[in-house]
Each structure stands twice: as C-alpha cells, then as structure tokens.
Design a protein. Sequence first.
Lengths: 286, 323
Amino acid sequence: MSTPTLARTTGRPAPARVRAPRKPGHVLVGLLILAFMLFPLYWMLNVSLQPSSNAVATPWLPFDLTFDGYATAISEQRRNLLTSLAVGLGAVVVSLLVATPAAYALAQFRIRWATPLLFGILITQMVPGIVVANALYSAYSDLGLLNTVGGLVLADAALGIPFSIIVMRAFMGGIPRSVIEAALVDGAGPVRAFVSVVLPMSRNALITAGLFTFLFAWGDFLFALTLTTTPEVRPITLSLYNYIGTFVSDWSPIMATAILSSLPAIALLVVAQRYVAAGVTGGAVK
Amino acid sequence: MADALVRGGTSAPAAPVTARPGGGRRGRPGRRGQRLVEALFLVPAALYLLLFFGYPVVKNVVMSFQEYTTRTFFTGEAPFVGVDNYVNVVTSPVFDRALLNTVLFTLGSIAGQFVLGLAIALFFQRRFPLSGVMRSLILLPWLIPMIAGSAVWRWILDADNGVLNRVLEALPFVDAGPQWLTSTSLALVAVIGVNIWLGIPFNMTILYGGLQEIPEELYEAGELDGATGWRAFRHITWPMLRPVVTVVLVLGVVYTLKVLDVILGLTNGGPANSTQLISTLSYDTSFRQFDFGGGAALGNVLVLLSLVFAIVYLRFNRRAVDE
C-alpha cells in the first residue's frame, strides 16, 4: 500500500509562511459541529431533569428542574449499576493480566509466530458478536456460567484483550532494548525484567488499555442480552433496553438511567483526557 | 488499532534484525529454557483468543449443520441435518429483506460516516482556539454505551412528541412530522442516520490522525504550484491519506456489518422487518425462536459477507494503488 509520490511538488524550498485563518469564524463552525454531535446528549440530560414528561413535548430547558428521575433511576437501578461496575472492573483485571505479557512479548521478543498472532488479533475484529454469543450460550449453559458476573467478565474481557494488546504493544515497542538488557545483565530473568522494569515504564499504556476495556465491558449490550436472563444479574445496558422495550410512559427516569450509564465515559473524558487521546490514536477497536 | 496493526505488519520482518545481536551473544545453555519462558508470555492471550473467538467460529459452523434447539439443552442431542438450516434461513421470506437491508445499512452508514468524518477532520486540521477540547468532546457519542445513545434517539425521533418533529412542524411547509421509526419506508433511513451519528467520531479521529502525518511542506510546496483548496485536497491530501482511508473503510464495513445494538434499541428490527438486518435476524432466530442452528447459519452468512468484502476490497485496492 505505497502512496503515490509527490515528486512534482516536493523538493522545493518551503517558504516560511504561516496561514492565519480568521479564528472567530472557525470557533463558531467548531461550536456548531459540536452542537450537532452533542445535541442528543444534551437532550438526554434535559429530559432527565424534567418532571414526568409523559406524552408531553419536553421543554427546551429544564426550567422546572427536578431530580425525581434520578431518584427513581437510582432506586430501581442501583443493583444493575453495581453489576455493571463489577463486570467492568473484573474485565479490566482479566484483560490486563492476559494482554500485558502478550503485548510485551510481541513488542520485544523474537518469536516465530508473532505475525500469525497479530493477524489473528485482526481477524477477531471480523467475528460478529452474535456468532460469539450464539456459541457461548450453549457452552455457558453446560458450564453453569449463564447469569453469573464471572461469565460476563470472561466474555467482556475478550472484547478488551485485542485492543489492549495492540495499544500496549505499540507503547512497549518504544522502550529501548538497552533498558531491558541492563536488567537482564544485572541477573534478572525475563519475568523479573518484565515486572520490575517494563511494567512501571508502561504505566500510561496500561491505564489507557484498562480504561477502554472498562468502557467496552460497561457498554456491552450483546453479551448482557444473550448470556443473562434473570433480574439478579442484569447489567445496566440490558435494563435500559428492557426499559425502552416496553411501552414508555415516562421518559425522565429512563433518560436519567441513560445519563448514569454514560457517566463513566463522561468522567473519562474530563479526568483522563490524555489517556483517551492515547487510546484513540494508538488504536480504535470497538 | 488498525493503524498500529498495519504498521506492525510491515515492520515485523525488521524485528529479527534488531534482535539478532543480543540473541547471538547469548548463545549459552539455558537459552532453550528462556525461549520457553518467552513463549509463556504469549500462551494466555493465544488461548483466550482461541477460546472466545476461535471456538465460537468453529462451534457456529458445526451448529449450523445441526438441529440445535432448546431440546438440545435437556437431551444433549443435536442431530446433524445437512444444509437444512441454510436452506431454511435463506428461503425464509425475511432473508431477502434482511440481506438487502444489511447492504443498504452498511453502505449508507459508511458513506455518511466517512464523508462527514472526513469533513470534520479536515476542518479540525486548522489550528484555532479550543479545537483540542472540541475534538475530544466529539468523541462522547462513541464512548457512551450504544444502547444509551439509541434510547435518547428513540425519544428524539418520536413521531408525536419527539423534538425533531417539533422543529420540523414549526416550519411553514410541513404539516405533520414523519413517522421516523414506525413507518416501513422511513425506519431504515432513521436507523442509518443514528448509526452515522454514532460512527462519525471513529471516522473523524482516525482520519484526523492520518491528516496529521502529512508533512506541512507538501502543502507549502503545493501552494507555490497553485495547488490550494480543492486542488490541494485532490493532489496532496487524498493520495497521502489513502492508506488510512483503506483502514477506516475496511474496519468501518466490518464493524457496521456486526451492528445490532442500534437496531434493537431503536426498532427491534421492525416495523414489519423493515429494519431487520442479518445480525438481528440471527439474534432473533437463536434467542427468540430458540433455533440455534438457524441462528448459527445466519451468523455464518454474516462472517462470509465480512470476509468477502475484506478480501475483495484489499485485493482491488492493492491493484489500484500499484497501477
């Protein structure tokens, strides 16, 4: 996939000339794009702060501000939010435990089947979730993993592992070979060198991989839908679906639930923006 | 990731060269043991991917040739029925509709996401105040759970009280807003629209990354030759961006073929199967009609579509670039 060369236009001395665009206009257009993209999220927030809005057109602003929607949402969904939290955190732990050593090996070792494995990771992206769910359902049924947090953790970790390997491999490939070799010369084995040299240096990549795995697992809907059937273990995404699946009489608690389910993503953008940027540029699997 | 993968793929052959000096120097006993330890780093991930991606694919192929129903879970029996499942799902009246919908949904979504994503990426290529913050905020629709996005769109698109129709009805020439999600002719358009909204951040971000890689000097040189605006885009940006475009389009199609959340959240495949896709039909067949064999067959159709597209596109594209 080589790109056509631009010999005709390159090779001339570049003049030092900086374009100075009219900035207020740009900011305005940028804000319009942002408004277009974020309007649905504003609407989510707006409806969630309105009093019961059944069959009435929602006002543009929550003048009649109330948190009743949130009170209802939290009292009905507390358990499901905690389930999603447990599933998300569990998936992060499993995914990092499995993906970190693999990322290191692919970045730094001379391994014959590194290329097939990388190709395999690419192929996993082509496998539709419904194919995985279809087969896992019967396997989970045999193993007693249906309707368990553990079962969801294992399935959701699988969503994060390919992404985590790619992001961390890209980062670990940048660790100078000499640093690791210095540890080996000092008598550390490959495992010691990995744990005490590579891991601390890769802290940011681990955080990025972990944050995205959490978001994948938290936002997962298909495995929640197919691998759980009881109200005891019901992630927030599934309960939101059940909410809107029935005839909706009051949108305010539903939108409050949608806001609550979006909080991790929002918090992430506010608190950990640089990790998000790293994750998106390093890789973008979802 | 695609970007990283592609780069990884091309740089892989170079790795042994850099690793060789170390390997040659350490040619003493214990090296085989070290090889073993090194392999152990990869074993958990390889096993995990085999269990959660390899096994399901194989199992699905087997299931698609079996009569696999709820009874199977009690008796453990799943008699082989040859290609019956494929014949059944392909000849069912819904299949043609679902296949056509899948193609339309994929093409429509990709076209919209790509064009808008590219336009926004090009816009953000210029530096102006707050552009960084804006670029990260645009990611939000992509980071929140898809089902939450679908839920709010369901209310926005509500025919009677949805905000979209309220705006439309305020226009002088519109009497009644369209039945976005409940009319058989519009529902597919509506779900494509929502899916475009969901996909713009992904396209925008990857394409923006690609644009950043294009050296500024090319534009400066192009400007001297009179290549500005559209001509600069056609002769500099587009050719330079081509590898990234390939990645975005291939991943976009592969991901869009799998989409299920958006449809289930907005329409459940209705009204009258007008938004039924192969993916939702597969879900419906397995988990609502409990015909897991039929669902598996449909899942395999989906895998096949994805594979055929990826192979054809990559082959075609390679030839186009080589020429």
